[in-house]
Design a protein around this ligand. Structure first.
Ligand code: PYC
Length: 313
């Protein structure tokens, strides 16, 4: 792979890098299957485009593939691996597809690794998507931090696994970023240490610190796999939050919830009750920021990017 064309966008401050559709052919039947093959074959390229000097660890990459059950297949990844679904990423992909082809259908279905989702872009540019079924897996799970303090959280699925904690005692504000990073990273490490998992032993790779902003409004700080935080309110994190609100009887079916990130960006969402959980519907807006060609010169020692900390001397 010598070069790749990409379209960059951001959704509520969180970047998405879409590889130009058609650039990479993927074998396999389902998108889950294609994604694993892709990662086996091209994992280092994918890591590179989400790492410095090509990008940064906050970028979520996206690849469009064919699908037998939806308009497109869609694989999300970041600098450390594959994601299940990605809400801000889906909004970014919808905006990028429209930017590439203004005649693209405004309503599209996508087969992701974790199920089929639907997204619609209206004429104002707002994108609303219907996620896979979100659900609360365990409530009030205690976690003992190395400081001796015990905090509690809900474990929920929103297309990725989340640990949602509200008794953190922290100010969820941008100026408090260093503390939010270290506290949420500590929770993440303790979940790994104590083998606190989602269903079927699945790793919980997103930590969501939450607080209330009053009636039907909340703020969050989401730590993503790879230890970068989400600048947007996190679409799958908002989905997990909606599943918790539904399960705890704190938001009625169809009522609007507003989720704000520490950058101040907002998603709105609601849910519909279904067998096994709640189907979230989430709205947000993305903007295209660049279209570029990345070059991979094998004589460049960093043509696969600067790896994350474990890979450095
Ligand atoms: O919006 O679902 C999301 C997401 C996941 C990781 C980063 N953003």
């Amino acid at each position: 792979m010598k070069s790749l064309e990409v379209i960059d966008s951001h959704t509520g401050g969180e970047p998405t890098r879409l590889i130009l559709p058609g650039s990479i052919a993927l074998g396999g039947d389902t998108v889950a299957d294609k994604a694993l093959r892709l990662y086996d074959g091209l994992g280092s390229v994918l890591g590179a485009i989400c790492n410095e000097p090509y990008g940064s660890d906050i970028i979520i990459g996206a690849i469009i593939t064919e699908s037998q059950v939806a308009d497109y297949g869609l694989v999300f990844f970041n600098n450390v691996g594959l994601l299940g679904m990605c809400g801000h990423g889906l909004i970014g992909v919808m905006e990028s597809l429209h930017w590439l082809n203004p005649n693209e259908k405004p309503r599209l279905t996508f087969e992701t690794r974790v199920g089929v989702v639907t997204a619609e872009r209206d004429t104002s540019g707002a994108v609303t998507f219907q996620n896979v079924t979100a659900s609360l897996h365990a409530s009030g799970v205690p976690v003992s931090l190395p400081s001796g303090r015990t905090i509690h959280g809900d474990i929920a699925w929103g297309g990725n696994w989340f640990f949602l904690c509200s008794d953190h005692g922290l100010d969820l504000s941008y100026r408090n970023l260093p503390e939010l990073m270290s506290f949420s990273s500590e929770i993440r490490r303790v979940l790994d240490r104590d083998q606190i998992t989602g269903a079927n032993g699945d790793e919980i790779d997103h930590i969501e610190l939450t607080s209330s902003l009053g009636q039907n409004r909340g703020r969050n700080f989401v730590l993503c796999p790879g230890f970068a935080y989400d600048r947007s309110p996190c679409g799958t994190g908002t989905s997990a939050k909606l599943a918790c609100l539904a399960a705890h009887g704190e938001l009625a079916e169809g009522e609007i919830w507003t989720q704000q990130s520490i950058t101040g960006s907002e998603f709105t969402g609601s849910y519909q009750v279904v067998e096994g959980g709640a189907i979230p519907t989430i709205s947000g807006r993305a903007f295209v920021t660049a279209k570029s060609t990345l070059f991979f010169d094998p004589s460049d020692p960093f043509h696969r990017g600067i790896p994350n900390a474990e890979g450095l001397p």
